[in-house]
Write a protein that binds this ligand. Structure first.
Ligand code: R5P
Length: 263
């Protein structure tokens, strides 16, 4: 890895722990003002101090995030479809690497839709983005999207998607936790971060975090299970305790309850 790429990677995955807490707040790019992310600034700013990375679009970064924040930024650069449109998998690259550099991003993220009608288009986009990322020292995070119609969150499908992302050159792969998750990790030579998925109880989300880390993920790129919690700061602190301090799910949940009580 060239110095610039290595440096940017170290701003995403902390070299001292080898792990990362990424706060995903990019949902509006296809969902619009989704619940508890209606006013992005109000959601992001109180949580930012506890995240290593914020993952979002350039529009929200420019309008809702103070340029003085110490966090690294991973910019979502794929899109072009919406929840009410014909097909969510019909994504293309929507932001240039030049703009990502201008925004001092530490990485760029794109979704791939393996098994969908637009599989080839999204995989070719990933390859092109990796070419550009390598040229400018910009890490590429591939998101293994699970389209509505696919409904597949099993190890076989996620291992397939994650491996393809790594083979095409993704520097980090974001996928979902599933049964036999270790098979997904084993088959993917790039570091894996786990998405939280739809809101579940805090206890379950902390268990998902713990299980992901103990089976080999380097971190989480979590959204709804943090900012849709009634106590989002307590939640991100508890996630952090697992990711960076090796706490168990039980210890982290105790911490969550304690912080909630204090609040
Ligand atoms: C989805 O495509 C977005 O990239 C989100 O960043 C991702 O799903 C993670 O957020 P959540 O933890 O809410 O699933």
């Amino acid at each position: 890895m060239d110095w610039g790429l290595k440096n940017r990677m170290s701003r995403i995955i902390r070299p001292d722990t080898g792990r990362s807490v990424m706060l995903a707040v990019d949902h509006g790019y296809f969902l619009g003002p989704t619940t508890r992310l209606e006013k992005p600034r109000d959601t992001i700013m109180p949580l930012a101090p506890y995240a290593d990375v914020v993952m979002l679009t350039r529009g929200v970064l420019r309008t809702c995030v103070d340029a003085g924040i110490p966090n690294s930024v991973v910019l979502r650069v794929s899109g072009g479809s919406s929840i009410v449109g014909e097909d969510l998998s019909n994504e293309e690259i929507i932001t240039s690497v030049e703009d990502a550099l201008r925004l001092n991003a530490s990485g760029i993220a794109l979704s791939i839709f393996v098994g969908s009608k637009h599989e080839k288009q999204t995989l070719v986009s990933l390859s092109k983005l990796v070419d550009e990322g390598e040229r400018y020292g910009m890490p590429v995070l591939a998101v293994t999207a699970v389209g509505k119609e696919l409904g597949k969150r099993d190890a076989r499908f996620l291992a397939l998607s994650s491996r393809i992302a790594a083979e095409l050159g993704a520097h980090i792969v974001k996928t979902y936790y599933c049964e036999n998750f270790e098979k997904v990790v084993e088959g993917c030579p790039a570091p894996i971060v786990v998405a939280g998925g739809p809101k579940m109880t805090e206890k379950d989300a902390l268990e998902l975090t713990y299980n992901s880390i103990s089976k080999g993920a380097v971190g989480v790129d979590m959204g709804r299970n943090i900012w849709q919690s009634d106590n989002p700061v307590a939640m991100i602190k508890s996630v952090r305790k697992i990711v960076h301090e090796n706490a168990t799910a039980k210890e982290a949940f105790e911490m969550f309850k304690e912080l909630t009580k204090k609040k």
